[in-house]
Write a protein that binds this ligand. Sequence first.
Ligand code: 9D3
Length: 254
Amino acid sequence: MRIQIITLFPEMVQVLARFGVIGRALENNLVEMCVLNPSDFSTDLHGRVDDRPYGGGPGMVMKFEPLQKAIRQAIKGEKNSHVVCLSAQGKLFGQEDVTRLVNCPNLVLVAGRYEGIDERLIEAETDEELSVGDFVVSGGELPAMLLIDALVRHLPGVLGHEESAKQDSFVDGLLDCPHYTRPGRVAGRTVPEVLLKGNHQAIERWRRKQSLGRTYLRRPDLFARLSLTDEQLAMLDEYLQELGVSRKQGKGES
Ligand code: 9D3
């Protein structure tokens, strides 16, 4: 898989790409990353990549031409390209997008800066717009890296067997269970007894119960999309009973 990022701040993405899962995937040639700077494609005398908005108002808008040239360069000679614009106005990025985009051999990510990008560039040269959440960040670079991190986890050979992406939260629509490590007692708090006893079936059940209970209490939106077995419903009631809450009046179904 080849991922190309179009950004006015190439160093920003190059620094993040050195670490963790992305860094390892690049070292092992499981993914290829290229950065293109629209400034290098500007043709006007002053090398401008932005200009004042038609209609007035604050801030600057990224110009059509440098971005078009950068995108054209990124897709030149590649037959299965997909161009994504990171934008607060995009569709909300989710795990479904990860499994869809990971199959794209040449993914081009356009990261905007300033007030935004000339709308005609988005219409004419990109396939879709994606947002990473309902909050404002200063540009598309961090959203692009977030998307890349989520994608790279799903490339074959990137994660070891024991940390397979299949086990990730959200893949099965549930939040993860809590985790504990030594010492056995810290800040007056102990570790749930079941985890100390070595009964692996009991541990597995406890973890699934915690996942269900946390999803119910913290993410009613995710919970609503699950179709639970009777066994899971029984585990959830057990979880809530242990907390002293009941399901019918529970936070999750308000
Ligand atoms: C405060 C600026 N806003 C004017 C009312 C509009 C605005 C312009 C530029 C908001 C954000 C940005 C830059 N953001 C992104 O490029 C971006 C983003 C985001 O802000 N939130 C969630 N996902 C994304 S993906 C790209």
